[in-house]
Design a protein around this ligand. Structure first.
Ligand code: F6P
Length: 328
């Protein structure tokens, strides 16, 4: 493959996601395979601003495919949001002779990458790495499958104790403004209800669902609440339900929080990350720029960074329908 790209910079940015290490490994090794120099940039855009660069070869990414987190570290950089910050980053990139970038992250990362591309024209390819799964242009983002499985394991454990004590649990999962983790984890754990940002479920409706369960001899219930749910946080929901039912239910709240962000990536995420890492290097070599690499129905797609972050990503209504039927 003939290409003008000789030196590729790679970084992880924003919230870390399980599988980011597998993606870094794939970029570094694909780069070596195609005889490119690969430079690891530490701590996302902060590393670009500091010139914190280090050449990486295949052995620098040994034994990381199975590890959560990111060996390059991650950050959310305020300075890179400014024109002055991006000018500083450009000077560092020029001085280091980097002629292409691979940014592994989510919407904030890609917004920064697009702004940088527009100002300086450096070819940039994004690899979707976020547990939230909220990007357009790929069926799955790296880390989503692992985070969902982590949530499922935790909710299964809560079901055991909920059932032993005939309790109602509100379990809050991550996802920022998106309900993807909530929908899949609720369906996979047989939760009685889920509250997500993409759909309105009033507290009245939730009370009806709970009441229906009681009448139909359910002794315990699980309600999965996405952190961005319209109806409020898991804590405020519990308080509201307690108040409106005169504490009819023995209710508890569990917020799963950052444990969903760590841990060993699943097989699915390792393979997704490995494929995307190779595809990103090949994409850069083919002249792709200002795009995110994605896989839709297992086929490679490049989507502009702007579309990836601004397009409307829809929840699968079929999953909601099945969840509804099975909560009987
Ligand atoms: O975007 C990933 C994510 O984990 C979201 O699900 C969550 O809202 C946010 O990051 C938490 O960010 P932080 O780690 O900065 O608290």
């Amino acid at each position: 493959m003939k290409s003008n790209i000789k030196k590729i910079g790679v970084f992880t940015s924003g919230g870390d996601a399980p599988g980011m290490n597998a993606a870094i490994r794939a970029v570094v090794r694909a780069g070596a395979y195609y005889e490119k120099t690969v430079v690891g940039i530490r701590s996302g855009y902060d590393g670009l601003l500091r010139g914190d660069f280090r050449e990486m070869g295949p052995r620098d990414v040994s034994n990381i495919i199975h590890r959560g987190g990111t060996i390059l570290k991650s950050a959310r950089s305020d300075e890179f949001r400014t024109e002055e910050g991006r000018a500083k980053a450009y000077e560092n990139i020029k001085a280091a002779g980097i002629d292409g970038l691979i940014a592994i992250g989510g919407d904030g990362t890609f917004a920064g990458a697009h702004a940088f591309y527009k100002e300086y024209g450096i070819p940039i390819i994004g690899i979707p790495g976020t547990i939230d799964n909220d990007l357009v242009g790929t069926d799955y983002t790296i880390g989503y499958d692992t985070a969902t499985n982590t949530a499922v394991n935790a909710i299964d454990a809560i079901r055991d104790t909920a059932s032993s004590h005939d309790r109602l649990f509100f379990i809050e999962v991550m996802g920022r403004d998106a309900g993807f983790i909530a929908v899949r984890s609720a369906l996979a754990t047989g939760a009685e209800a889920m509250l997500i940002p993409e759909k309105k479920t009033t507290v009245d409706r939730l009370l009806q669902i709970l009441e229906y369960g009681t009448v139909n001899k359910k002794s315990s219930s699980l309600v999965v609440v996405a952190e961005g749910a319209n109806e409020g946080s898991s804590i405020s929901l519990k308080e509201e339900v307690d108040r409106r039912t005169n504490e009819q239910y023995d209710s508890k709240v569990t917020i799963l929080g950052h444990l969903q962000r760590g841990g060993k990536p699943t097989c699915f995420d390792r393979i997704l990350a490995s494929r995307m890492g190779v595809l990103a290097v090949e994409g850069l070599m083919e002249g792709q720029q200002d795009v995110m690499v994605g896989l839709i129905n297992r086929k490679v797609r490049y989507t502009t960074l702007l579309t990836a972050i601004n397009g409307e990503r829809e929840i699968d209504e079929e999953l909601l329908r099945v969840g509804n039927i099975l909560a009987i």
